[in-house]
Design a protein around this ligand. Structure first.
Ligand code: ATP
Length: 239
């Protein structure tokens, strides 16, 4: 199932956050959306998951579903799961309880399905397994990010929307989380739309890169092509 964004414009009052954006996120790919602070990356993800309304344009999922017209809950029921920026987990609950919460979003699922999905997350992130009884507010930043991603995975998403998973994390932890995402994508064929300021790390695991500059899509190309074009990197990515 491909996600097709067509002529999407999104405003925050008088501020135009996204301007006439058009791109595809092919099924089974990792697509990285990169761009500077305030480029509109989070706004774009929030609109895809129904948390924010578009001013105009369309977001088509699987040829059938016009996401811009659906409520967040209906969008989740299409298998689209958003892991927002800021490692949002329920701080008073343990690691395991947070993962159980992720099961709420699984459709027609049995308790044993959720238990199996949680085991898979523990295999993916052994650190969470070691800390399953620990309260989420006592986890390190990297562990919390693993938990936020893990909780999203319990719903077995078809499309995973990840907002800046690398934010505030040590480079080694970033590499570890990105490698895990890449392995997971290969294993499950899930589609991942990854928003990142950390352009290099994101493009390394992505097949496609979309560069946003002040709300406009300035590049939508093969990730390797973007990485190897130094003029383009200087102009938009600052390295
Ligand atoms: P960052 O990398 O810093 O998180 P971003 O690329 O995710 O940035 P957005 O958070 O989408 O950017 O913001 C895009 C623009 O919209 C910014 O100019 C921001 O100030 C503005 N904006 C975002 N949310 C709101 C809001 N709720 N009300 C008003 N303006 C907003």
């Amino acid at each position: 199932m491909t996600l097709r964004v067509r002529g999407l414009t999104i405003d925050h009052g008088a501020i135009r956050a996204i301007s006439n954006a058009t791109f595809n996120v092919p099924r089974g790919s990792i697509t990285a959306i990169i761009g500077a602070n305030g480029a509109g990356k989070s706004t774009l993800l929030r609109t895809i998951s129904g948390l924010k309304r578009a001013t105009s344009g369309s977001i088509l999922w699987d040829e059938l579903f016009a996401l811009e017209k659906l409520q967040t809950e209906q969008i989740v029921r299409q298998g689209i799961i958003h892991v927002p920026e800021g490692r949002s987990v329920v701080t008073e609950l343990t690691v395991h309880e947070n993962l159980l919460l992720g099961g709420v979003w699984r459709l027609h699922s049995h308790k044993s399905d959720v238990a199996l999905a949680i085991e898979e997350v523990y295999q993916l992130f052994p650190r969470l397994n070691e800390r399953k009884k620990q309260r989420a507010d006592t986890l390190s930043g990297g562990e919390r990010q693993m938990l936020a991603i893990g909780r999203g995975l319990i719903a077995r998403p078809e499309l995973l929307l990840l907002d800046e998973p690398s934010l505030g994390l040590a480079p080694l932890v970033v590499e570890q989380i990105f490698q895990t995402l890449s392995d997971l994508q290969e294993k499950t064929g899930m589609t991942i739309l990854l928003v990142e300021q950390n352009a290099m790390s994101a493009l390394r695991i992505a097949s496609q890169g979309i560069v946003l500059d002040q709300g406009r899509v300035v590049i939508a190309d093969n990730a390797k092509a973007i990485m190897s074009d130094s003029a383009l990197r200087h102009a938009y990515l600052g390295y």
